[in-house]
Write a protein of this length. Structure first.
Length: 722
């Protein structure tokens, strides 16, 4: 019997309930992962359900791995394990087994984002289109939306009618689909779409898969879209148990198809469904949680719940209002240094913002203050240039597809120019072959290019023989290819030390995969990589983390700063304009997610001054005003243009940082070339120039020349210091 001692009453009910349909509304920090894993262990350990009859669907590989590890730890004596995977990984498993029913081979190729963009670029070249007029991202969204809405190429042309722009987009869509069919390729949208299509077309295949699972669990149910929901309901059929976990208050991905109404209407779809609300928060203090609650309760389309916590604290949410974004960043940087000097690790602090562009002043401030930081969610491991190059070399061994060949044919440089590639592409299309198949059959160019291509084919064929012979382990073959191709030598010659380290890390990754899956082959590794887009990387040093609120979903930190809490920025003006009431409710959910990332301290900052993005003066976000005054303290100044002066918008008893007072006279501060100055951080320096409110100062090594706002509170005239 599993140990339920550490669970509260609602959590126990969620673990033990035997209803066929169950909706768990799990508030932020309410222990939903613990409940979900214990539920699965309860089914297997206490009720004797065979593990392979249990399916759990998550939406990131990180979440899937965390759940697997927890369950394996609790089921030490079990030899088999339940199905735990992302929804895309599940569809790959299903399609590899049965996609032949749709006319596709089992070893179909999975396109990632870069592959898709390459195809779009090819279409633009053939159709003579300008990427400025038709941005790549917008075109890929158009294709994805059409697929999601089940709009065929033919129907897209019908809908375009006489509108030339829409007809052009339909032509790109047609080109994209033709290339997919020619290469037997599926993108991420297709994995789910084709699985649903196959289930509807071949009921015997659907019955086979629905019989495999008796208990289906779906995590982050608030984030699913219509096609994902259709897949889940098809698998659930009539007899299976369906257990969904999510929080309508944390639906923040409607821009990519998530529909909050799916979790809201679950009890309408399944009238006998039981709803259990997990409303005890184990993460945040009462001030943070109550402040967040007072904001989210302004939304109408939600399951009403009032989260509570046992973590009592006298520390309120701090709202800091700064005159400009530069001063906001400087204040945050100094506050971070203050916290760090008291013993807090940088990685326990997160800076959250609504949009990526808002990181610029923050990064500058952190560089000035020598605060180590990273942009969380930057270039991911498998998306780095050298990693994708190396994986394309492996694809030459397994598939030899055109996209892989074109990416690496000149890495290292082999002198294969655009004219040669155009000749190969045209000839391959003429003979209905892939470029590599053509090269094996004939090389339709002469001279040095012909010899180079023949040597390339010879190498690839030698790698294929090694792979097919099974004489080398997968990781050893990969290492051999990196050396034999000249790719690693190219990086060494160019002294690309970071890239070389990434290649070594990738070799270790292949080795780990081979050891974990001894019966696997190279193709299976590539399938795993194509889906494994959010590999967790370990930081070796202590960094503060900067990220968008969307990237922070699912994370938690001791201390959180949410910056630029200004109307039009957060809430985002474009989102509000596009969705009206729905838009503001989504933005409010996003604020709720941001606030509840904090465990012990939450700072909300705003910047005054003119915004070039908004083309107006910045004003305080409505979300600040919605926080119950019992849980928030106000600091700083609010910029109000009144006879060219700043004044405090808060009560006199609220403390105002001393530097804000200096700002009032900043416009009158000027420096002369050659004048001696002193900076609080950089020490003594000499003025090189002063213009447009900024001063350039030469400081001693290691700081060098710095450009600083003339009225910055850290900069003083040396004469004033004497």
């Amino acid at each position: 019997m599993i140990d339920l001692a550490k669970l509260n009453d609602n959590q126990k009910d969620a673990v033990l309930s035997d209803d066929q349909y169950i909706r768990i509304v799990a508030g932020a920090g309410s222990g939903k992962t613990r409940v979900l894993t214990m539920r699965i262990v309860h089914l297997i350990q206490d009720l004797g359900v065979f593990p392979s009859k249990v399916l759990a669907i998550t939406f990131t590989n990180k979440a899937a791995n965390e759940m697997k590890n927890r369950i394996q730890e609790m089921l030490k004596e079990e030899t088999s394990t339940p199905w735990i995977s992302t929804i895309h990984s599940l569809c790959v498993r299903i399609l590899r087994e049965d996609i032949m029913s749709l006319g596709f081979p089992r070893n179909f190729t999975i396109w990632d984002g870069d592959d898709q963009k390459t195809i779009i670029k090819d279409a633009y070249k053939e159709l003579n289109l300008d990427s400025v007029v038709y941005p790549y991202a917008a075109m890929l969204d158009y294709i994805s939306n059409n697929k999601g809405a089940n709009i065929s190429v033919e129907r897209a042309f019908e809908l375009a009618g006489s509108f030339s722009a829409d007809k052009t987009k339909a032509e790109v869509y047609a080109y994209y689909v033709r290339q997919q069919n020619a290469l037997y390729a599926l993108d991420f949208d297709d994995l789910i779409i084709q699985t649903v299509k196959m289930f509807k077309k071949h009921t015997e295949i659907l019955e086979k898969w629905s019989r495999r699972f008796a208990y289906i669990h779906v995590d982050e149910f608030q984030d699913i879209d219509a096609i994902q929901y259709e897949l889940i309901t098809l698998l659930a059929a009539k007899d299976n148990s369906l257990y969904v976990v999510g929080d309508p208050d944390q639906t923040i991905y409607t821009w990519r198809g998530a529909d909050v109404n799916i979790i809201m209407n679950f009890v309408k779809e399944y009238p006998s469904a039981k709803t259990i609300i997990l409303n005890e928060n184990y993460r945040s203090t009462d001030a943070i949680l109550n402040g967040a609650n007072s904001v989210i309760q302004n939304n109408h389309n939600r399951v009403k719940k009032e989260l509570f916590t046992q973590k009592k604290s006298n520390v309120k949410i701090t709202h800091y209002a700064s005159p400009t974004d530069l001063y906001q960043a400087a204040w945050i940087a100094r506050k971070v240094q203050e916290l760090h000097s008291r013993g807090m690790q940088y990685h326990d602090i997160a800076i959250l913002y609504r949009s990526n562009y808002l990181s610029r002043p923050l990064e500058k401030a952190f560089i000035e203050e020598r605060i180590p930081y990273i942009i969380y969610g930057g270039v991911r491991f498998y998306e780095r240039m050298e990693v994708k190059d190396a994986l394309c070399y492996l694809r030459m061994v397994t598939h030899g597809d055109d996209l892989a060949l074109r990416r690496i044919i000149n890495k290292p440089k082999r002198g294969i120019g655009n004219k040669t590639m155009d000749t190969l592409i045209a000839r391959a299309r003429e003979k209905n072959l892939s470029i590599y198949e053509l090269l094996k059959e004939e090389i339709p160019v002469s001279g040095k290019a012909q010899k180079t291509l023949a040597a390339f084919v010879e190498k690839v064929e030698s790698w294929r023989k090694l792979a097919q012979g099974g004489e080398m382990e997968v990781f050893a073959l990969f290492e051999h290819i990196m050396q034999d191709s000249g790719y690693q030598a190219m990086l060494e010659e160019e002294q690309e030390l970071d890239r070389i380290e990434n290649i070594k890390e990738l070799i270790d990754d292949v080795k780990e995969f081979s050891e974990t899956n001894p019966d696997s082959d190279l193709d299976e590794y590539l399938q795993m990589v194509s889906l494994y887009g959010d590999r967790e990387e370990t930081m070796s040093s202590d960094f503060i983390q900067l990220m968008t609120v969307h990237a922070a979903k699912g994370l938690e930190f001791d201390t959180v700063f949410v910056t630029d809490m200004n109307e039009g920025i957060f809430p985002n003006e474009r989102s509000m304009n596009e969705g009206l009431q729905k838009g503001i409710e989504e933005e409010r959910r996003l604020a709720y997610v941001a606030f509840t990332r904090a465990e012990n301290k939450l700072f909300l900052t705003e910047a005054g001054g003119f915004s070039y993005i908004l083309q107006r003066q910045r004003t305080t976000s409505r979300f600040i005003k919605e926080i119950d005054e019992a849980y928030i303290e106000h600091m700083g100044v609010s910029q109000e243009v009144e006879k060219g002066m700043y004044h405090s918008s808060f009560h006199e008893e609220v403390r105002t940082p001393s530097f804000s007072e200096r700002l009032r006279s900043a416009a009158n501060i000027s420096f002369n070339k050659g004048e001696a100055v002193v900076h609080d951080k950089f020490g003594e320096g000499v003025v090189l120039s002063c213009a447009d409110g900024f001063v350039e100062v030469a400081f001693s090594h290691p700081y060098g020349v710095k450009r600083i706002m003339a009225g910055h509170p850290t900069l003083h005239k040396k004469s004033e210091m004497n």
